[in-house]
Design a binder for this molecule. Structure first.
Ligand code: UDP
Ligand code: MG
Length: 166
C-alpha cells in the first residue's frame, strides 16, 4: 500500500513566469517559452509589456528595503518584459527548478547542449541580470497573476493534457 501523501500536487497549479528585459533583448524569449511547452505545461496568458517602476515595486514589494531594490526596479523598467502564466502539475516548484538559482553562477549549465540545463545556468552569469522570474509559492503566483493580468485569463482545453497526465 502506498503511504498517504502529505501534500497534494495540483495538475491545475498556475505560476507566473516572466522573461526580464535582458532576456528579451538577448533574444531568449522563444527558448524560454519552448522549455515550458516542451515540459508539457499549458500556456494560459502571455503579453509583452514595458512596466512602470510603480508596477514593478508592487511585484517586488517583498524586497523593498534591500540594498539592490532601486537597481532591480531600474533594471526591470529598462525595457519590455514577457509576462506569462503557465499551468500544470506542480507548476510553481517545477518552474523554479527550470529557472535555476537566483545567482546564475551557482546553476550548472547543460552538459551536452545549451538546451539541457536550467535557464539561468545556461544563459546568465550575474544575479542582477538573471533573465527570468518565476513565482516562489502558490500564494505569490496568484498575487502576481492578478497584478500582471488584471484583465483575466483565457480559458481553453489543452488537447495534449491526456497524453501528459494519467
Ligand atoms: N537580485 C539582485 N541582487 C541580489 C538578489 C536578487 O539583483 O542580491 C535580483 C535578481 O534579479 C532576482 C530578483 O532581484 O531575480 C528577485 O530576488 P529574489 O531573491 O526574489 O530571487 P528570485 O526569486 O528571482 O530567484
Ligand atoms: Mg523571488
Amino acid at each position: 500500500p502506498h503511504p498517504t501523501p502529505t501534500f497534494a500536487m495540483s495538475v491545475d497549479e498556475r505560476t507566473y513566469i516572466m522573461v526580464k528585459p535582458d532576456g528579451v533583448q538577448r533574444g531568449l524569449v522563444g527558448n524560454i517559452i519552448g522549455r515550458f511547452e516542451q515540459r508539457g505545461f499549458k500556456l494560459i496568458a502571455l503579453k509583452l509589456v514595458h512596466a512602470t517602476p510603480e508596477h514593478l515595486e508592487k511585484h517586488y514589494a517583498d524586497l523593498k528595503g534591500k540594498a539592490f531594490f532601486p537597481s532591480l526596479i531600474q533594471y526591470m523598467a529598462s525595457g519590455p518584459v514577457v509576462a506569462m502564466v503557465w499551468q500544470g502539475l506542480d507548476a510553481v516548484k517545477t518552474g523554479r527548478a527550470m529557472l535555476g538559482t537566483t545567482n546564475p553562477l551557482q546553476s550548472s549549465p547543460g552538459q551536452y547542449s545549451f538546451a539541457y540545463g536550467t535557464i539561468r545556468g545556461d544563459f546568465a552569469l550575474a544575479v542582477g541580470r538573471n533573465i527570468c522570474h518565476g513565482s516562489d509559492s502558490v500564494e505569490s503566483a496568484e498575487k502576481e497573476i492578478g497584478l500582471w493580468f488584471p484583465e483575466g485569463i483565457v480559458q481553453y482545453t489543452h488537447d495534449q493534457a491526456k497524453w501528459i497526465f494519467e
